[in-house]
Design a protein around this ligand. Structure first.
Ligand SMILES: CC(C)(CO)[C@@H](O)C(=O)NCCC(=O)O
Ligand code: NA
Length: 612
């Protein structure tokens, strides 16, 4: 090892990394030349609505699990202990609610994009606002996703930064544009396997280097890295059970309930039941992913203790730690560093490809198609060109992220809360409040976005001049004391309890999604009542979830268990469309058929909906 701490790749590491790119490309080419050869938008965007549950669930998990989580979570656990693990509690409601409310509703409407829902429920303007907000969110997120692994690799091994960005950007764009959603889902499956294998290998070797399981356990326990449940209700404390387990539910809903990338996967499944099942199966997959990345943080602590490479100034930021650890511990295991780098890039490729495909889909379906009529061949070609263009935008965004500088995990989760939160609010307003009208929806969304940027940017600026930025240079502060639970920003918060606006600015980023979505719903309702609420009869059928009716029927079941076989099923109001599900071949037909179905559906409200 070189005195500056610089680590080097061996030839076998390069080969493994190259193999990942080649294999992903090969899967893309396979789907470009088999099946319908990606000649229809139905195949390109929705995989002919024929996907099965298992690949879908892995793909659903992979979409929002990028290199950010792989290197951000261990760095967080190394520094602050396992408190972050409690985010796993939010996965329960965060997946049950989408599975039982959002998926049945969207699936039965047979949408072409999730934003089409907004037009059915409100009007075209709301749909466009939703689409533009989504594009904004995913474009920034893509930048973080592609830049993170490249930066870590560059910092630790000296690998060319923009070389890595361009290589992954190019490969990913090509397989997404050529192979459509089928290629995206199947590369996700392959990349998830690589991701788990890489993490597991490093954990096993790391435990061995730390002197075995029991030694490693004693070290992390004595180092205070095993956090108890923190029930402090203060919403400004960055990570507590409440911010993670409850605030996290809103984050999960915005990602797994109403995000186009995910809804597109639900809609591409063969049957509604498989869509719901795939959402259920995300739960164990996400728990495994969370467990692996938390264990990685603990193993890192077991190996380094408080004597981190950051403190030794081998690296300059927390986000470089994981890769440094891998290169440091695994240098005698040729190929393993390459496997881990493949794991890191797998995680990011699977995220970026989903982003490209979903962005191309919404641009086509929501922004272009309604305004220009074109042939199917033209539309498919244009969708592929769009996927390519988003590839270029992605690399450009990476350059912007390069200019920012914060913990990548917090940055990514803040984006989800700041832009995804208001979108979640918009959908909830439509789904749960039949009285909400279009004006309320637009103004509510705007208010949510203003709130989000006010609090988000205010929080960022109010923390700026503090010691957070200088921490890495000051060796005594680099690693928080053995008590472990205290983070940089939390120390400041605790020292001077913020009041007034500063109180709002110091809100934990884990509450952003909840705050912003509630703002949209509240303002949306107030404006709707001021401008004349929508009457039940005017709400398009199947676009509202019958909260009261479901609650009544649940209550009925609880009180009179014998009555459950005679009482109607929960979703009676949309059962009218149920026969569609069995009939995939037909409804997977042309785009025109789908559109006609939807328009006729939108203009003829069904009577039983009005009682909601
Ligand atoms: C978003 C969750 C919480 C769940 O998917 C997790 O995967 C995560 O922490 N993601 C961080 C962002 C990223 O990895 O790109
Ligand atoms: Na991913």
């Amino acid at each position: 090892m070189d005195p500056t701490g610089q680590k080097y790749f061996t030839i076998i590491d390069y080969v493994i990394f190259a193999l990942l790119l080649v294999a992903s490309m090969a899967i893309g080419l396979y789907y470009a030349f088999t099946g319908g050869r990606q000649r229809t938008t139905q195949e390109f965007m929705y995989a002919d609505r024929s996907m099965k549950c298992l690949p879908l669930s892995l793909s659903l998990m992979a979409t929002f699990q990028s290199a950010v989580a792989i290197i951000g979570t261990p760095a967080e656990v190394y520094a602050n202990g396992t408190q972050y693990w409690f985010i796993g509690c939010s996965y329960i409601l965060g997946l049950l609610i989408p599975a039982h409310i959002f998926i049945p509703l969207f699936y039965r409407l047979h949408l072409t994009s999730v934003y089409q829902y907004l037009e059915l429920r409100f009007c075209k303007a709301v749909r466009i606002c939703g689409t533009v907000t989504f594009i904004f969110q995913m474009v920034i997120y893509m930048g973080v996703g592609i830049y993170t692994p490249a930066l870590a690799l560059n910092a630790v091994t000296g690998f060319h930064l923009w070389g890595a960005v361009l290589a992954t950007g190019l490969v990913c764009t090509l397989y997404t544009a050529l192979g459509g959603l089928k290629a995206v889902v199947w590369t996700d499956v392959f990349q998830t396997v690589v991701m788990f294998t890489g993490q597991l290998a490093v954990i096993i070797v790391g435990v061995h280097q730390a002197g075995g399981l029991s030694d490693a356990w004693v070290k992390v326990r004595d180092g205070g890295r095993i956090s108890g449940i923190d029930l402090n209700p203060d919403p400004t404390v960055r990570h507590t059970f409440w911010t993670l387990g409850v605030g996290g539910v809103f984050l999960m809903l915005s990602l797994y309930g109403v995000n186009q990338a995910q809804v597109q996967r639900y809609l591409s499944s063969r049957t509604e039941k498989e869509a719901v099942m795939s959402c259920y199966m995300v739960f164990p997959c996400l728990q495994v992913a969370l467990m692996l990345s938390c264990l990685m943080g603990l193993v890192m602590y077991a190996c380094y203790g408080n004597n981190s490479p950051l403190e030794q100034q081998y690296i300059t930021s927390k986000d470089q730690m994981v890769l440094y650890f891998v290169m440091d511990m695994l240098q005698n295991f040729p190929g393993l560093p390459g496997l881990f780098v493949a794991c890191l890039f797998s995680a990011s490729l699977s995220t970026i490809s989903s982003a490209f495909n979903s962005l191309a889909t919404v641009t086509m379906v929501d922004l272009i198609k309604p305004h220009y009529s074109m042939t199917e061949a033209r539309a498919t070609l244009l969708s592929k060109m769009l996927a390519l263009s988003y590839g270029i935008i992605c690399v450009a965004m990476a350059y912007l992220v390069h200019l920012m500088n914060s913990s990548v995990l917090q940055a990514a989760l803040s984006i989800f809360g700041m832009v995804g939160g208001p979108l979640l609010g918009l959908f909830c307003l439509g789904i749960f409040f039949p009285c909400a009208n279009s004006i309320g929806a637009v103004i509510g969304l705007a208010a949510g976005l203003v709130m989000s940027f006010w609090v988000g940017i205010g929080g960022f600026l109010s923390r700026m001049p503090s010691s957070v930025q200088v921490l890495p240079l000051n060796s005594t502060n680099t690693v928080p004391a053995a008590s472990g639970n205290i983070t940089g920003p939390a120390v400041i918060d605790a020292a001077s309890r913020p009041v007034g606006l500063n109180g709002l600015y110091s809100l934990s980023y884990m509450w952003y999604s909840a705050l912003n979505s509630s703002t949209v719903v509240l303002i949306g309702l107030v404006i709707s009542f001021m401008t004349g609420p929508t009457k039940g009869a005017d709400v398009a059928s199947g676009t509202v979830y019958p909260v009261m009716r479901t609650a009544q029927s649940l209550l009925h079941k609880l009180v009179k268990p014998s009555a459950c076989c005679t009482s109607p099923p929960e979703h009676t109001q949309i059962d009218g469309h149920k026969e569609m599900n069995g009939n995939i071949k037909e409804d997977a037909g042309t785009e025109e058929e789908t559109e006609t179905f939807l328009t006729s559906n939108a203009v003829s409200p069904v009577e039983h909906e009005t009682s909601v």
